[in-house]
Design a protein around this ligand. Sequence first.
Ligand code: NA7
Length: 536
Amino acid sequence: MSASAERNQVDAVVVGAGFAGLYQVHRLLKAGYRVRAFEKGSDVGGTWYWNRYPGARCDIESICYSYSFDEALQREWRWPQRYAEQPDILRYLQHVAERFNLRPHFAFNTAIEAAHYDEASQRWQVRTATGEEISSRFFIMATGCLSKPLEPNFKGLDLFTGERYQTSRWPHAGVDFTGKRVGMIGTGSSSIQSTPIIAQQAAQLFVFQRTPQFAIPAWNRELTDEEMRTAQESYAELRRLMRQSEVGIDYESPTIGAKEADAASLQKQLEFAWDRGGYLMLAAYPDLLTDLESNKLVSDWVKEKIRARIKDPAVAEKLIPRSYGFGTYRVPLETGYYDVYNQPNVELVDVSQAPIEAFTENGLKTAAGEYALDVIILATGFDAGTGSLTQMNIHGRDGRSLTEEWRKDIRSTLGLQVNGFPNLFTIAGPLAPSTAFCNMTTCLQQQVDWVTDTILYLREHHQTVIEPTVARQDAWVKHHDEIANATLLVRTKSWYTGANIKGKPIRLLSYIGGAANYRQICEEVKASGYPGFALA
Ligand code: NA7
């Protein structure tokens, strides 16, 4: 066999060079497998490679947002801030790639164009956009759950003669907004993080808001040497607690629900949670996401916090969410977000009743008026959970198309495998714990470990193929739905359920039965020899 033919006959193809892809390649190489990995971007980083907009920052505390698989790595790395900003996380992932010599195994600037499962050889035939054909036993997707940007189909998009940017595809050289009239479309996390910084530079900033958000303060700050040293020394215990937790970070919640608390203790507990900042506010009460009355108490309390930040009461009322409860739509962490609406150069444009109708040569037009702009920023979100996979043209047994199947109904087994697609693994795939319901670094590592251990199990048992049965998949979907439907999350229209994409089947995309519980289920499957999975 020629060297290039040998290079294209591998044990595993891994797609993506973010947190999951890097660790997946590392684990497979250590186990002696031949691996080829592909990444669309020009370097490692995944989410943190693409999302370079001003103010991009992780909403999980940096001490908890890192790999735990290597003791020396976690003891040596120093995070500068409580919540790491994008350049720091990117630097961390670059460091990991160098430290474990992972880059040589990746082809960068290389998208996967198509892949199909060949039943005769029991191998995946993978084609890249650069024209390579690779034959692989296993096909592992580490493509992220918020990777495919949603670019709304605005009329006249290309008529606009000014600058146009998308937060999730931000230019590496940055953008100078000085003296410019800027239009920001969207008020999700990306907009909420970048708006305060852009507002400092721009001559005028118009924020086009369709749905207001319950953003809560991050209380970001520098980490002291002492704090960092303490974390480094106690990582073993911290990681243990994280793994045992509901969402992959350690926290404590009261045992009673919000509606059972008297007014004074409710006030005290919410102030306490508010001051802790960040996601811990979601842990203020255990029934926050399951009980309407409790959710309303907390939502009303947060609304008052928002009102108190805005000088103009009419603007404040526009910023108050009314159509859903606190926590049922991704809660963004903010630093100076609400304050921008007190600045004379910032205007909030409510497009809920008067939607954006079209882009024009000089800006954009809503049903209520026209806005002259030099720059338009699309902070319009993603095709979450499935988008990165359905764009890839994946065909399994009998030519079954993943895109077609998920267009009808989004089903998976543990979020990690799909019936009809043997040896395909989807890390953080739909119906696994993923973004917004789990600290990604905790959950991704666990899923990569499960995938790797599964591949090792096959080797030890002289098997080459694994595929979940229809019955096992149906059981997982049923279990997932029962838990999801008992929460208030499914009542809110958001990307959590795919409601931001026209025609996408509605189902909560992330498993919310708890990260620890999910880990245990995965461990049991492995320990009991993969019941409900066909091994061949
Ligand atoms: P999000 O949270 O999905 O936010 C997208 C925003 O864009 C949201 O406010 C949308 O309003 C808005 N949007 C989308 N299409 C339109 C149109 N046509 N007109 C007006 N407004 C529109 O994405 P982000 O990038 O901010 O954050 C995604 C996650 O990345 C984040 O939560 C973190 O986990 C990391 P809508 O709410 O649909 O009315």
